[in-house]
Design a binder for this molecule. Structure first.
Ligand SMILES: Cc1cc2nc3c(=O)[nH]c(=O)nc-3n(C[C@H](O)[C@H](O)[C@H](O)COP(=O)(O)OP(=O)(O)OC[C@H]3O[C@@H](n4cnc5c(N)ncnc54)[C@H](O)[C@@H]3O)c2cc1C
Length: 387
């Protein structure tokens, strides 16, 4: 559509996971009649990513149009040993992004006060009373608040030298069964000689079908062709499948940093999603935290209570734990596999996942960390740096 009005209550700049999640929570209550403009350069129809999160039951925002896919076990391996963990009362849930986009877009059809605009945003800035976005084809739009998840506008800072989790995934169908359909492979570490952390992540849909993803932690420009070659080699050599069909491809790059990606303070521009610090630096998991952040923003709006910092506030202890791990990932990457393996070997699945979701108590942290007896943590503390 081509909106006629140019002033709104809210503008959602970037309509990916975070923009869609925010509008979902906004229309549940007090803000359902607000005038909202949503701008994204994409039509949001394509299936461009697969999101997973863990919880006891699916979140209210989880798409319901198809049967819900989830797993009860996860495994980690490093070539020498394998650890398989039951998630007990938790499930590892799967979302196809196109299902998520379709259901949020369908929901918005009930709200004539919400306008969608497909256009590129060139600029996002504050005025004394609000904020505006400048679009490529439709001019400038003003609002009391702009919620922005678009990286690389002037309001935020992504740097090339930042460590990133880079990954390429193929959904494949094999001729012979080769996957354990009950168990997600969280990390299958490679025994390479290069000084980097890399592993495979596998979401099995059946014994012949899975999303197979190659991930590496790197601050270099990724060699995507080389990464795809690694997937092909893995399918042939490790899974023993010469013949397979690729039915879907995805790729991504998630910043691994405890620094603020959107460090400037604004009154009327509120960062969302990865930009707001919702990606956990040591694991890249973001989806679940985006939900917590968006719900918190809606509560702040309802209470007219706007803290100076509206990015996701992580507890200092988790920033510290992540920095210790990022320090190891930077300086001694070959030691990371043993740390992750040991973390899962010595604790129950739910204990580790609660810790990774940053929902563990101090005593639970002590219990988990005291079981990890690695000199590398001392080394990392002695050469502690923020990443
Ligand atoms: C392939 C992939 C798989 C992932 N899997 C998981 C997972 O399993 N679990 C998990 O927790 N996290 C996962 N993540 C990380 C994270 O959940 C996603 O990256 C998530 O989409 C981040 O949400 P976001 O809203 O911050 O960014 P996005 O979803 O990327 O949204 C940003 C939006 O901005 C739009 N945009 C960009 N520039 C402009 C512009 N100039 N003008 C207008 N619009 C613009 C884009 O079109 C996009 O719609 C994954 C990431 C990727 C890439």
């Amino acid at each position: 559509m081509n909106p006629r009005q140019t002033t709104y209550d809210f503008i959602i700049s970037g309509f990916g996971c975070a923009g869609m999640s925010l509008v979902y929570y906004l229309v549940q209550g007090k803000f359902k009649n607000h005038k909202i403009l949503i701008v994204d350069s994409a039509a949001k129809k394509a299936n461009d990513r697969t999101w997973c999160y863990w919880a006891e039951k699916p979140l209210s925002i989880h798409p319901t149009g198809h049967a819900i896919i989830s797993w009860q076990n996860i495994s980690l391996s490093n070539g020498h040993s394998r650890v398989v963990k039951s998630l007990e009362n938790l499930r590892y849930f799967h979302i196809k992004s196109s299902d998520f986009y379709r259901e949020i877009l369908a929901l918005l059809k009930n709200f004539p006060n919400i306008h969608l605009l497909q256009d590129s945003i060139l600029e996002c800035a504050e005025t004394e009373v609000g904020a505006y976005v400048k679009t490529e084809k439709n001019g400038i739009f003003h609002a009391e608040k702009v919620f922005n998840s678009i990286p690389n506008l002037s309001t935020n800072r992504f740097t090339d030298s930042m460590l990133k989790q880079v990954f390429v995934g193929w959904k494949i169908k094999t001729q012979a069964p080769c996957f354990d359909a009950n168990t997600v492979v969280l990390m299958d570490f490679l025994q390479g000689t290069q000084e980097q952390t890399d592993f495979f992540y596998i979401l099995p849909y059946s014994d012949c079908e899975a999303l197979v993803e190659y991930t590496l932690f790197s601050d270099q420009k990724p060699d995507l062709i080389g990464m795809e070659r690694n997937i092909d080699q893995f399918i042939k050599n490790n899974l023993g499948q010469e013949a397979y069909e690729i039915t879907f491809r995805e790729q991504g790059s998630i910043p691994m940093s405890t620094r603020e990606l959107s460090p400037d303070r604004y009154t009327h521009i509120i960062p969302l999603g990865t930009l707001a610090g919702c990606s956990k630096p040591s694991t890249g998991f973001t989806f679940y935290t985006i939900q917590k952040h968006c719900q918190w923003i809606v509560t702040c709006l309802e209470q007219k209570n706007f803290p100076r910092q509206m990015t996701w506030k992580r507890k200092a202890k988790y920033l510290f734990y992540d920095n210790i791990l990022l320090n190891i990932a930077r300086k001694w990457p070959k030691k990371l596999p043993a740390i992750f393996m040991n973390l899962f070997q010595t604790n129950s699945g739910p204990e580790v996942l609660k810790f990774l979701n940053e929902e563990s108590s101090f005593f639970e942290d002590i219990k988990i960390l005291s079981r990890l007896k690695f000199p590398v943590f001392i080394q990392s503390l002695l050469r502690y740096e923020k990443h």
